[in-house]
Design a protein around this ligand. Structure first.
Ligand SMILES: [Zn+2]
Length: 245
């Protein structure tokens, strides 16, 4: 990471996504991660508050500049392709709890459950179905909690809902599964278009290009600069924000 930062003139950050224990989180902080997602959202509210507060204190002792993100509500696990849809309504984050959680723990960033879900359903891969978000809830959580919000499990979300979610207060969007799907598609294209090829550097660029296209189109959407621009006219380097893997 250090050599990448020195080589390029844009900021790159390391985020330890979903650490589930203080030991793991501290290990990441000591290794130099810039941000830590401390995720004990599977625990009851009071325990989640207590453990997250402890983690914030311990991690800021290691690095006062580190950003700690806490998670409240149920957004499932695993950037995978799921067979069946979970019942998302059960684990939605309540705005009043979000406020209490942020104030009691001292987290910098909140990851709420607002209709988002880790991974994608099979039907979302081809675009037959899409995730829909609870936009009013996002706005209520934002005004109650007053911190940056991360949308985990954003893959496969309806474009208009992503736009409205950002307008309502989402600051960071995770789309790991979309990128993994793009990677696999690119790899398959690299293999099938050159059936006799055995040179990795002739096959792997297809996967990189495929991921790049999704990153570029998502950054455009998140920055509100969609349109008919050719890909070369505006590189993803000029767009604000980050795509997290
Ligand atoms: Zn996540």
């Amino acid at each position: 990471m250090r050599s990448l930062r020195e080589q390029f003139d844009f900021p790159i950050f390391l985020n330890a996504d979903h650490t589930h224990s203080l030991v793991e989180a501290e290990e990441a902080a000591r290794a130099g991660f810039d941000a830590i997602v401390f995720d004990v959202s599977a625990l009851p509210f009071e325990q989640n508050v207590r453990q997250t507060k402890e983690a914030v204190e311990a991690l800021k002792t290691i690095n006062p500049a580190i950003l700690v993100e806490g998670e409240l509500g149920d957004i499932g696990t695993g950037s995978e392709i799921h067979e069946e849809a979970p019942d998302l309504l059960k684990g939605l984050t309540r705005p009043v709890e979000a406020k209490q959680y942020v104030e009691s723990t001292g987290i910098d960033i909140l990851a709420p459950a607002v209709g988002n879900m880790h991974g994608m359903l099979k039907s979302m891969i081809g675009g037959q179905t899409r995730k829909h978000l609870d936009i009013p809830r996002i706005a209520q959580i934002k005004s109650a909690a007053q911190v940056p919000l991360t949308l985990h499990g954003g893959s496969g979300t309806d474009d208009e809902h992503l736009r409205r979610a950002i307008a309502a207060g989402i600051n960071i969007v995770h789309i790991n599964t979309e990128l993994r799907v793009a990677w696999r598609r690119g790899l398959e294209e690299g293999l099938s278009s050159q059936p006799k090829e055995v040179v990795p550097y002739k096959i792997l660029p297809f996967a990189v290009e495929s991921v790049k296209q999704v990153v570029r189109s998502r950054l455009r959407l998140f920055n509100g600069v969609e349109g008919q621009q050719p890909a070369s006219a505006r590189s993803s380097r000029t767009l604000r924000g980050a795509v997290e893997f």
